[in-house]
Design a protein around this ligand. Structure first.
Ligand code: FAQ
Length: 350
């Protein structure tokens, strides 16, 4: 009955289409396990999927370390989207026009949506969203370093869009080819939306850079402050990256931290010239031999300090998140009560 929307005559009474799909999925999973477990082929089967560039799906057997590493990365990514709403959310009430306010509201709302897709992708690995939220709130899971910097002026909203979303795109487009199906599929939609976010940031900076001298100065100051933290988003240098080698062998990551950082710098130089703004690096220059720009690396000691909780806004961000979580408890309760009421009134599939 899998995929068939006509009830079979011998259906157990009351079994909805969704129940049937779930039962068929269960059967499929246990058949795969029966076929493979006895032959001790589980590891080989997993490796063959990776080797063939196919997707590992939730029903497939996977090594514990692969599962753990994915939960770690996807959860951190989801937390980053949610915490990342704060620096820009800070400017919603102060956006300079109704149009800018509406655009910023939509963007911040998109970040919440990204968090939702990512928590849902992590849940397919056997963890619950509640567990992950608790790990964030208790400081046992990380979120991106970048969101521990303050947004001091309206131009910071432009710099976040251009640089932070730009870095996120460079990092995340290869994740659309991640070996784990649910993460890869979530990334496709996220990247499309990030691309719009990046353009809105670019457009804000372009407008400011071509405005009054004070506006231009504000845009340049924001770029100066966000440049190095954006470079640091890509993580420690390859020589210090604990997870890269294994994540790349598993095709979770497709490129190393340093490769992606270089790609980002190469992309930004051209765009900065269109903005008529400069990047705050006196050693930034084209290297004809390497066919890449040489640049000054970010301060990785600062990155590690921020990751450990000692950045300018770490405490404020997590306190704000904890407060929002406890003040939002009634909304979650109301939504759960409503869902339970609907489930009684309208059983699934009816
Ligand atoms: N911040 O061995 P590696 C966005 C940690 S979303 C904090 O190299 P890996 C959208 C790392 O977790 C931005 N921690 O690690 C948006 C590990 O610690 P652990 C988030 C960092 O996983 C825009 C340790 O250092 N994007 O911006 C950072 O191979 C605007 C060793 O590092 C993602 O999460 C850091 N910057 O590579 C939203 C993308 N860097 O876990 C709102 C998915 C490293 O052992 C507004 N994630 N660490 O305790 C990834 O691609 C990877 O996880 C990396 C790190 C590249 C971040």
């Amino acid at each position: 009955m899998y995929g068939n929307d006509f009830g079979a005559p011998d259906d157990p009474a009351g079994q909805s289409l969704l129940d049937q799909v779930e039962a068929a999925e269960r059967e499929l999973r246990s058949a795969a396990e029966r076929r493979l477990a006895g032959d001790d082929h589980l590891q080989g089967y997993f490796e063959a999927i990776i080797e063939a560039d196919q997707k590992v799906e939730p029903r497939d057997w996977m090594p514990d370390d692969y599962r753990r590493s994915l939960v770690r990365q996807i959860a951190q990514h989801a937390h980053s989207e949610i915490i990342g709403m704060q620096p820009e959310g800070n400017w919603i009430t102060r956006a300079p026009s109704l149009k800018r306010k509406a655009i910023l509201l939509a963007k911040v709302q998109d970040e919440a949506g990204h968090g939702l897709y990512l928590y849902a992708a992590a849940e397919t690995l056997g963890v619950s969203r509640d567990e992950l939220v608790e790990l964030l709130l208790s400081g046992r899971q990380k979120y991106s370093s970048i969101f521990n910097y303050p947004t001091l002026t309206w131009a910071d909203v432009g710099a976040i869009g251009w640089l932070v979303d730009g870095a996120a795109i460079v990092n995340q487009v290869p994740l659309c080819r991640c070996s784990y199906g649910p993460y890869a599929r979530a990334m496709i939609r996220i990247c499309k939306e990030e691309s719009f976010h990046q353009r809105q940031g670019f457009e804000i900076l372009h407008t400011l850079a071509h405005g009054t001298p004070a506006q231009r100065e504000m845009a340049q100051d924001a770029v100066n402050r966000w440049w190095y933290p954006s470079l640091a988003m890509f993580g420690p240098p390859d020589s210090d990256s604990t997870h890269s080698e294994r994540s790349m062998a598993w095709k979770i990551k497709r490129f190393s931290n340093d490769e992606l950082r270089q790609r980002f710098v190469d992309m930004c130089v051209q765009q900065a010239s269109v903005l008529t703004l400069s990047l705050p690096d006196p050693d930034l220059r084209w290297n004809a031999e390497r066919e890449h720009y040489d640049f000054t690396q970010p301060d990785f000691d600062e990155l590690m300090q921020v990751v450990k909780g000692n950045g300018p806004c770490n405490r404020q961000r997590i306190e704000h998140r904890r407060r929002a979580h406890s003040e939002g408890a009634w909304v979650r309760e109301a939504a759960a009560a409503y869902a339970a009421k609907r489930a009684v009134r309208e059983p699934a599939g009816v």
